[in-house]
Design a protein around this ligand. Structure first.
Ligand code: PLP
Length: 410
């Protein structure tokens, strides 16, 4: 299979040329936000430079804003496998989820249930908890197997026997990297009469989604996690977007995605969203953008799995480092290249600070994946260190990180 030309594509990311104390900076915090390629940066600036406007006016720059928005809906539809009119934009995933939770909860009442999971980022937990509390509905939490941080599907089955209204589940954990068996979960939830709200924020940098094939009811993502600017996006099945009542101002559209888009969107970001999808598609080959995205993500996956293997092998030689999550080289299809580790008794903040001072940027703490950290019993020790690789990261960055970890555990 043709692979990625990582050195070539790195040249398109100005931030990757940044140095820390004379050494190249290693951006290993893709899970917190990825870097942007030149075309995304140009698209954002280009929109503002050509003339900023609002939608629906009778003049050129307004028509251009309409076009920018339509192009972004088409691009996201190609990225997630939906129709463009099922794509809603908003400030970020968290805001979109709070907004949709409020709309969905109008259909709930006392005695109804909602299921969330311990793998979820809190942005896919708290909105449902608060909406359920408003309606007197109950919330059940499906846990994980702490040994490999996979979802407890037997517990999900039990939770579904109470016929909940909704299952909120992540496609991939932003903490431990576990990929959930979404097709199975959607089938199980639908058989029990529940809707499924998927958080694809972390998943979207690593794997391609086909939301129609998946059959999920909602799927949320955020462009700054897939090499774009800070804008959130939400897929909703057309029938739900039409049926549900949106909290909106009266002049806003009554139909279509515009019904869900409160206020004015960031059109410069939408221009960047299209450029981010086009950038990803440019990494693959195919007759149309969706096909190129499919090919690109196969290459991305192959490269990232190589980095995961190298990192896991290196870590296995550092007995003081404990990896929380899947470590088997034979199970890389069940995880992305995001690793949560404990480095002996050294506080996560100190590990991150030491790596940071050497130009290796990693996060520490709980990264809002509070439930995972609780389930793993590491909240009180300051969480874990998170090291995340995306397609622009390299083997030499993996090796440099391993060397530094060895020095810290020294
Ligand atoms: C898995 C996951 N879900 C949701 C979010 C929240 O996304 P946003 O910042 O767009 O609200 C994040 C952000 O870190 C995340 O990693």
């Amino acid at each position: 299979m043709p692979s990625l030309d990582v050195q070539l594509l790195r040249g398109r990311f100005p931030a990757l040329a940044r140095e820390t104390s004379g050494r190249a900076t290693a951006f290993l915090d893709g899970p917190g936000g990825t870097q942007a390629p030149d075309s995304v940066i140009a698209a954002v600036g280009g929109y503002l430079g050509r003339g900023n406007s609002n939608l629906g006016g009778a003049f050129d720059t307004s028509r251009e804003a309409d076009e920018v928005e339509a192009a972004a809906r088409n691009a996201v539809a190609d990225l997630i496998g939906s129709d463009p009119h099922e794509v809603v934009f908003g400030q970020n995933m968290t805001s979109l989820t709070f907004s949709m939770s409020r709309a969905l909860a109008r259909e709930w009442g006392p005695g109804d249930g909602v299921v969330v999971t311990s793998l979820d980022h809190d942005a896919n937990v708290s909105p449902w908890r608060m909406a359920a509390a408003d309606r007197g509905a109950r919330v059940e939490v499906v846990g994980i197997d702490p040994d490999d941080t996979t979802l407890d599907l037997a517990a999900l089955e039990r939770a579904l026997s109470g016929r909940p209204r909704l299952v909120a589940v992540t496609a991939a954990s932003n903490a431990v990297g576990t990929v959930t068996p979404l097709a199975d979960i959607v089938a199980m939830a639908h058989a029990a009469g529940a809707l499924v709200y998927v958080d694809a924020v972390h998943h979207s940098a690593h794997r391609l989604t086909d939301v129609h094939a998946l059959g999920a009811d909602f799927l949320a993502a955020s462009a700054y996690k897939f090499f774009g600017p800070h804008t959130g996006l939400l897929y909703g099945k057309a029938e739900h977007l039409e049926r549900l009542t949106a909290y909106k101002v009266r002049p806003a559209p009554e139909k279509g995605p515009g019904k869900w888009e409160t206020g004015t969107q960031s059109f410069e970001s939408l221009a960047g969203v299209t450029a981010a999808v086009d950038y990803l598609a440019s990494l693959g080959k195919g007759s149309d953008r969706r096909a190129r995205l499919g090919d690109a993500f196969s290459r991305i996956r192959e490269h990232e799995e190589g980095l995961s293997l190298r990192f896991l092998r290196g870590l296995s030689e550092l007995p003081a480092v404990r990896v929380f999550g899947i470590t088997s080289p034979h199970r890389l299809d069940e995880r992305v290249a995001t690793f949560a580790i404990a480095v002996g008794e050294v506080a996560p903040r100190e590990v991150a600070a030491r790596l940071g001072s050497e130009g290796v940027l990693v996060w520490d703490g709980h990264y809002y994946a509070v439930a995972v950290m609780e389930a793993l019993g590491v909240l009180d020790r300051g969480g874990l260190v998170r090291i995340g690789f995306v397609h622009y990261n390299t083997e030499s960055e993996v090796d440099r990180t391993l060397d530094l970890l060895e020095q810290i555990t020294g």
